[in-house]
Design a protein around this ligand. Structure first.
Ligand code: ZN
Ligand code: ZN
Length: 277
């Protein structure tokens, strides 16, 4: 009897872990494809600074964001024909874009919209509520979905708009929450790049990893630019990639301060953030 009891216990001890092991392996196999980390890719499609010499440069800005639930085109540059030509050279199919986010009213950020909507009207267009009715009608008449942004909001998982910021020129920026921190994309940063970073931090309670886009410093002198750089650093921004209206002087000064954490970007430059989600 005693012998039987001991044997039974032993059997139970072996059987349960085996069952658990098979169950765990099953779960791992089932969920592994979902757990694979995704990269975030930012491609500058349109900029007045050159990077890939095959692309055309014009005053303006547009950046494609890939790796999120939705593919987002942030701003569309000033000339639709240049935007589409650059996309073609970069082998970006306009049909892959799900969302267009327009930062602010200036032509060099929204001018390419009608031509893009001819190629792909099946998009949701997020624009500041303050934009004129004519731009809103352009979206509606093309058959695209219009979303008027006023307060900060979620666009899709891990992507947010700051909402309309600033007084004279209302502008929204895009915030992407990654495993490394926030990635912020600015159009012209008319509300001030430091204030945009502050807003993003307040919204998502996360530090900023990278700020990319126009910082609107091209009209400032070196002393003023240094003040802005100090502000950006004070906010804990790890990496910077100023382009468009940032100006050459500001890019030089940022490079001096940020060193290897400064990225020189222009039309055609791709930035990949590994295992971002
Ligand atoms: Zn601009
Ligand atoms: Zn502007």
């Amino acid at each position: 009897m005693i012998h039987k009891k001991v044997w039974g216990k032993k059997l139970g001890f072996i059987l349960i872990p085996k069952f658990c092991l098979i169950f765990l392996i099953g779960l791992t196999v089932l969920f592994t494809p979902l757990a694979v980390a995704k990269d975030l890719t930012l491609t500058i499609v349109y900029d007045n600074n050159s990077y890939n010499k095959e692309l055309e440069t014009r005053w303006g800005f547009s950046c494609l964001v890939e790796g999120l639930e939705k593919t987002i085109l942030f701003d569309v540059g000033g000339e639709g024909s240049v935007l589409l030509k650059n996309m073609k050279k970069l082998k970006i199919d306009p049909d892959t874009v799900d969302v267009i986010l327009l930062s602010h009213i200036h032509y060099d950020h929204i001018g390419g919209l009608p031509d893009f909507l001819v190629k792909n009207p099946d998009v949701a267009v997020y624009m500041p509520r303050s934009l004129p009715q004519s731009v809103k009608d352009e979206v509606k008449n093309a058959g695209a979905r219009l979303i008027e942004v006023h307060k900060s909001m979620e666009i899709c998982k891990n992507a947010y708009s700051t909402g309309e910021l600033g007084f004279w020129i209302k502008e929204q920026s895009l915030i992407i929450k990654t495993s490394k921190g926030l990635v912020i994309i600015t159009g012209c940063a008319h509300p001030g790049v430091v204030d945009i970073v502050k807003k993003a931090k307040k919204m998502l309670k996360t530090e900023t990893y990278l700020v990319l886009g126009g910082f609107h410093l091209c009209w400032m002198n070196a002393w003023q630019i240094k003040g802005i750089i100090n502000g950006v650093r004070k906010e804990g921004v790890e990496k910077v990639a100023p382009c468009h209206c940032s100006g050459d002087l500001a890019r030089k000064e940022f490079k001096k301060v940020y060193g290897k954490d400064f990225t020189l970007v222009g039309a055609g430059k791709k930035i990949k953030i590994k295992d971002a989600f």
